[in-house]
Design a protein around this ligand. Structure first.
Ligand SMILES: Nc1nc2c(ncn2[C@@H]2O[C@H](COP(=O)(O)OP(=O)(O)OP(=O)(O)O)[C@@H](O)[C@H]2O)c(=O)[nH]1
Ligand SMILES: [Mg+2]
Length: 428
């Protein structure tokens, strides 16, 4: 069976809490703040691997989780960051968030990495807050929560060409001949229930391509008749369709052809516009030549005649398919929505609603200044001589996405961030 879809839960680690602590020494009655920052929670990544062929490993699972970051401690002890965890998926895996069916990423090349749950940032310990208006900060931040969501992994078979047509036209029989596959074939409809893949080798061209044998389509498949059309998602990336129409007289070839074209169109991914090779199958049947001639007349172009019994037409068809595949660009199925950061696609669920209410200046190394009318006005509303006021200010800064913005500007751990006369350390 073809395992091509799995739903898993992903959970990144929570950031460790920052510590609230004051330096204590026998002869120093009132020491300064020395609470360390919490460590970052682990993130969950998926990586595409060409040696992984199925999503089988995810079928019955499971939870893909990373650990929480460690808490900060007194004496400026920083909590350790939790390790990120990476799980391997096949090349061609497309990832969605289950809720809202939101597209997260498309792992189409070996080595592509996608962050599916970002670890929470560690909280700042009280030593990270230094401000002239704040003599003794009795405030430490809690670690940010990790992300938790259910994601759908979907593997689109990376076939280069696909065999489509009514049931029993000989699709599986052809796949068996050209790829040494051993797919069941029979003279009743819907023998094939799931797509099958085979590798076609053309020795004299030194070429190979992947051919998909699809279940049969019938009129009304888009409304769920027969096996439906959902399985067509496996061939959304196919560069070439081989449309097989039987000449055995069971159906009028031209009507059969237009019925299948309609179903392809109704699927909605413009499959009917793909480069297509029309094939007349079962040319060994009685009356096949006449039917083919009539069919071609109605179509207005010649088709390739094929017989699995005599093997007529099979090599020319495979060569033509390869030729078309070679000159057709792969079809991207989704527009990349995610950002590229250092060659890594990073998904950020909070980005869209980030308010643009501040500007970050970077006047010199290791110093970032937050300005802007809105943020300064808001700043004026907090009473920073109280711990509660400081906590509220911190919560506000988190809410408007200061950390992410600083990171984008290139801030690194330990850099000083200034907002009016409030100063704090940046931590990732
Ligand atoms: N005479 C003749 N029979 C063929 C030929 N190709 C396939 N058949 C027979 O037609 C029947 C159907 O073939 P399949 O390969 O199972 O057809 P299919 O298109 O895969 O059918 P579904 O999986 O049901 O969609 C089988 O009994 C085959 O032996 C051919 O070229 N000539
Ligand atoms: Mg079949």
């Amino acid at each position: 069976m073809l395992i091509d879809r799995a739903i898993v839960e992903v959970r990144s680690g929570k950031g460790g809490d920052g510590a609230l602590s004051f330096h204590r020494e026998k002869n120093v009655p009132k020491g300064g703040p020395d609470g360390g920052n919490g460590g970052r929670g682990g993130s969950v990544f998926l990586i595409a691997k060409s040696n992984v062929n199925t999503l089988l490993a995810y079928r019955h699972s499971r939870l893909l989780a990373a650990e929480d970051g460690e808490k900060g401690d007194k004496k400026l002890q920083f909590g350790h960051n939790a390790a990120d965890v990476t799980f391997e998926v096949p090349v061609g895996t497309v990832v969605y968030e289950e809720e809202g069916n939101r597209f997260l990423g498309d792992l189409s090349h070996d080595g592509d990495i996608l962050c599916v749950a970002k670890g929470g940032r560690g909280g700042r310990g009280n030593a990270a807050f230094k401000s002239s208006r704040l003599r003794v900060p009795r405030v430490a931040e809690n670690g940010h929560p990790g992300e938790k969501k259910r994601i759908i992994l979907e593997l689109k078979l990376l076939a280069d060409a696909a065999l489509v047509g009514f049931p029993s036209v000989g699709k599986s029989t052809l796949l068996n001949i050209v790829s040494k596959a051993s797919v069941a074939t029979a003279d009743y409809p819907f023998t094939t229930l799931e797509p099958n893949l085979g590798v076609v080798t053309l020795p004299d061209l030194g070429a190979q391509f992947v051919l998909a044998d699809m279940p049969g389509l019938i009129e009304g498949a888009h409304e769920g008749k027969g096996l439906g059309i959902a399985f067509l998602r496996h061939i959304e990336r196919c560069r070439v369709l081989i449309h097989m129409v039987s000449m055995d007289g069971e159906r009028d070839p031209y009507e059969a052809y237009t019925a299948i074209q309609d179903e392809l169109r109704l699927y909605g991914a413009k499959l009917e516009e793909r480069p297509q090779i029309v094939v007349a199958s079962k040319m060994d049947a009685d009356g096949a030549e006449e039917r083919k001639a009539e069919f071609e007349k109605k179509l207005g172009f010649k088709v390739i005649g094929l017989s699995a019994l005599t093997e007529e037409g099979i090599t020319p068809l495979m060569k033509k398919a390869y030729e078309l595949i070679s000159k057709t660009e792969p079809f991207p199925i989704y527009i990349e929505e995610s950002d590229e950061v250092g060659g890594m696609k990073v998904y950020d669920a909070h980005k869209d609603d980030k308010e643009r209410e501040f500007v970050i200046l970077h006047p010199k190394d290791h110093l970032f200044v937050i300005t802007g009318e809105k943020v300064t006005k808001e700043y004026g509303l907090y009473n920073l001589s109280s711990d509660q006021g400081v906590s509220r200010l911190i919560a506000y800064l988190n809410r408007i996405g200061i950390d992410e913005a600083l990171l984008e500007k290139g801030a690194v751990d330990g850099d000083t961030v200034q907002l009016c006369d409030f100063t704090f350390e940046f931590i990732q």
